[in-house]
Write a protein that binds this ligand. Structure first.
Ligand SMILES: Nc1ncnc2c1ncn2[C@@H]1O[C@H](COP(=O)(O)OP(=O)(O)OP(=O)(O)O)[C@@H](O)[C@H]1O
Ligand SMILES: [Mg+2]
Length: 271
């Protein structure tokens, strides 16, 4: 009886993420077969790590908790709560014009989510004309995300895992005309397949700027909502307005991030 109680206590703790013990009784109580399969799929992804200096140099502050991570952590929690409330899984990150901080925001959001051990996140670099996540992390994936989207390569052989629970599918070589790929029905099917197999809690799509070409417009049908990143002192109101109106015609606008606001208190976004 006492043994059974101990096993049940262990199983409860493991479910709550408190105890990574893989005792056989615990494991069988903890994980139905389907979850075990998903765990295996995640474990099989090629892991990568990034030095603290590299992350700092790219303004990615959320790998560990701290003052610099706080504003992104607040963003993470707000995004997560709102998406859960609505039953949404896929979020696009875009901006009216380039260099607004989309990739910085996507990476900070992802690494902040990674600190929640009970959540799985997948980040997809769909800024195919100007791939940048691989540069952010200074890592070279075995092939580009375009090969996954066209079905040439399986996600498991292309995506790379940061920690246990964040996967990045990165682009490699710039594609001069990716609109067709972003518009294709097959692209939607591949994404559905990835979502079904890997069961992420959230999929983050780092997209190009809205007003410079057709790519984001072509892709938005595949997401549940979008976050707009505007850059303080750079993005004009008219640009933001046009961007928001276009996005709202195709998906839900989750909110707007005002990036690089210079008058924020220390530890707030804009530092
Ligand atoms: N809050 C900030 N303060 C200062 N610099 C920033 C801030 N956020 C981002 N940057 C810098 O601005 C540049 C553009 O950022 P980032 O690559 O995230 O933007 P982007 O919108 O993804 O750009 P692109 O349109 O080229 O994809 C980078 O050099 C980044 O380090
Ligand atoms: Mg970018």
């Amino acid at each position: 009886m006492e043994k059974l109680q101990t096993a049940l206590d262990k199983a409860r703790k493991a479910r709550e993420g408190q105890d990574p013990d893989t005792d056989s009784i615990t494991a069988s109580v903890k994980t139905p077969q389907r979850t075990t399969d998903v765990d295996d799929l995640w474990a099989e992804l090629t892991p990568f790590d990034v030095s603290a200096e590299q992350l700092e140099g790219r303004r990615v502050h959320t790998q560990v908790a701290g003052a610099k991570a706080t504003s992104y952590d607040i963003l993470r929690t707000k995004v997560l709560l709102q998406m859960r409330q609505q039953g949404w899984k896929r979020i696009a990150i875009t901006s009216p014009m380039p260099s607004s901080g989309k990739t910085t925001t996507a990476c900070n959001l992802a690494l902040g989510l990674g600190r929640q051990s009970d959540l799985r996140s997948i980040v997809l670099d769909l800024d195919l004309r100007d791939p940048s996540i691989s540069k952010f992390f200074d890592v070279t994936p075995p092939s580009g995300i375009d090969d996954v989207l066209t079905g040439k390569v399986d996600f498991k052989d292309q995506a790379m895992r940061f920690g246990d629970n964040v996967a990045f599918s990165m682009a490699t070589i710039p594609d001069a005309d990716p609109t067709r790929l972003l518009l294709a029905e097959e692209t939607g099917e591949v994404l559905d397949n990835i979502e079904n197999r890997y069961q992420p809690d959230i999929m983050i799509f780092d997209l190009p700027s809205m007003l410079v070409n057709d790519d984001t417009r072509a892709f938005l049908k595949n997401v549940d909502c979008a976050l707009i990143v505007v850059r303080a002192s750079k993005t004009r109101y008219g640009q933001f307005d046009a961007c928001e109106k276009e996005i709202a015609q195709q998906t839900n606008v989750l909110g707007t991030v005002l990036n690089a606001y210079r008058y924020a208190e220390p530890g707030k976004m804009g530092e």
